[in-house]
Design a binder for this molecule. Structure first.
Ligand SMILES: *[C@@H]1O[C@H](CO)[C@@H](O)[C@H](O)[C@H]1NC(C)=O
Ligand SMILES: *[C@@H]1O[C@H](CO)[C@@H](O)[C@H](O)[C@H]1NC(C)=O
Length: 430
């Protein structure tokens, strides 16, 4: 726990698998148009319009049924074998795996509770369910429209993180940390081999000051070296006006195998994640969200590595196994993760030269506690024997604790937990 060296010492000298390099190139040639920042469609040249249309045709697969959600989204029910993952040249002959070989078990095992009991306790679901269901053998995909793509700084960047920095606890170089204005309040474990992680995450709808900022709460499964060849699998909830065009809280996932450079994306916005579930849509709004001094809602997220095939699976709540990231997408994570992080991240663009007032979590500091501050509870990691365990020696990290902070604790009900977040700009954070 002393130094950040743990991660570096786990680096292996061998070259990255060909698959990863090939994928990076393929990702680059797939989309190469850049448009001016947020142009209206009328200001686009016909060449640019054509590029946007081509990109939309690539993303939006033929739907067997389309569902109009109350939040304005259109959810397309796409045949499971037509999903974006199968555009990947390495997945042309992939035999889709309809269920994991193993499911990690252990602490806080909720599999014993009856389905009725589970649904009563955990009523968080997705808004589009009010308008319909996707048939069997399809998966629900949030449709991307022209405006979604045009809000991105370029067609190429749509669905990908801006060259972001990564929460890098205990870095020797603080300059690295705050690059690009990304700020974090996180808990983490490192120095071991991890085969997954789980947490139950309080759900809020933080206020975002500027459309190109965001606020998210997630877990990270990490391997490799920050800024160079980091492998990361991420999942949680986010509010991102730029990505979705509104301020709704949405379920999301992200992956990269090269430190956010050429590979990876949010949700199903590139080929990678293979979805098997017909009830939960990546990028769709989750509802209800918690209110200050009022009802609290939380979601459980579990990501784990199937010991047989090596794929990384994701589960939402107790009932929904969403699908998997095939092992070949990754280099380090082809083996195991060397670090797990849980917590919040916001982008601070310093509007008008001051710290942003974009909120993290509930927008309140950890000291306020339950019903007021946002939390992660029942933090767990998956060990090499595929069991869920309490993490040992949890560290915490935040760049500016006067803006966003984190406080850990543990008890019998919540296991290891923490409260995190804050309001951004305030007298302690200017
Ligand atoms: C769940 O059921 C299994 C098998 O019946 C049992 O061994 C385990 O202790 C139970 N877990 C909990 C949390 O009750
Ligand atoms: C999102 O919230 C900001 C303020 O936090 C507001 O100015 C903006 O109009 C909202 N956007 C939408 C699409 O509701």
């Amino acid at each position: 726990m002393e130094s950040w060296g743990g991660l570096h010492s786990l680096r292996r000298g061998k070259a990255r698998p060909l698959a990863v390099i090939f994928y990076a190139l393929w990702g680059f040639v797939a989309v190469s148009v850049a448009c001016a920042s947020s142009p209206s469609s009328s200001s686009l040249s016909s060449k640019q319009k054509l590029q946007v249309q081509k990109h939309l045709r690539r993303l939006n697969k033929p739907a067997l049924k389309s569902i109009k959600s109350p939040d304005g989204d259109v959810i397309d029910c796409v045949h499971i074998s037509d999903q974006p993952a199968f555009d990947h040249p390495f997945l042309k002959d992939h035999k889709i795996q309809m269920r994991p070989n193993y499911h990690p078990e252990g602490l806080f095992d909720e599999n014993n509770v009856s389905t009725e009991g589970k649904r009563r306790r955990n009523p968080v679901t997705q808004l589009w369910h009010l308008s319909g269901k996707c048939p069997e053998n399809t998966i629900p995909i949030r449709r991307t429209d022209k405006d979604d793509v045009l809000r991105a700084s370029s067609v190429k960047r749509y669905g990908r993180k801006q060259h972001r920095t990564i929460p890098q606890p205990k870095s020797a170089d603080p300059g690295l940390i705050n690059q690009g204005g990304h700020q974090h309040a996180i808990a983490y474990v490192d120095g071991g081999k991890y085969y997954g992680a789980k947490a139950t995450i309080n759900v809020w709808e933080p206020k975002i000051e500027r459309p190109n900022e965001f606020s998210l709460s997630q877990l990270w499964i990490l391997g490799g070296t920050f800024g160079e060849d980091l492998n990361s699998i991420e999942a949680g909830w986010q509010v991102s006006p730029e990505l979705y065009g509104d301020n709704n809280t949405r379920l999301f996932s992200y992956w990269t195998s090269d430190a956010y450079q050429a590979t990876g994306c949010y949700n199903l916005l590139c080929s990678g994640f293979i979805q098997i579930n017909n009830e939960i849509a990546m990028g769709a709004s989750i509802s209800p969200v918690s209110a200050y001094r009022n009802s609290q809602y939380d979601i459980s997220i579990l990501v784990w590595k199937d010991p047989n095939e090596g794929h990384w699976w994701m589960q939402f709540g107790d009932d929904y196994v969403l699908g998997y990231w095939p092992s070949f997408l990754f280099s380090y994570l082809g083996d195991s993760a060397s670090m797990i992080e849980w917590g919040g991240e916001v982008v601070n663009t310093e509007p008008s030269g001051e710290h942003t007032s974009t909120q993290m979590g509930s927008g309140h500091f950890p000291e306020e506690g339950f019903g007021k501050a946002s939390y992660f509870r029942n933090l767990q990691v998956v060990d090499s024997s595929n069991n869920l365990r309490a993490p040992k020696e949890i560290g915490t990290f935040t760049e500016l604790s006067g803006c966003y902070d984190v406080q850990t604790g543990s008890n019998a009900d919540w296991g290891h937990y923490f409260y995190y977040g804050g309001p951004g700009r305030n007298p302690k954070c200017a």
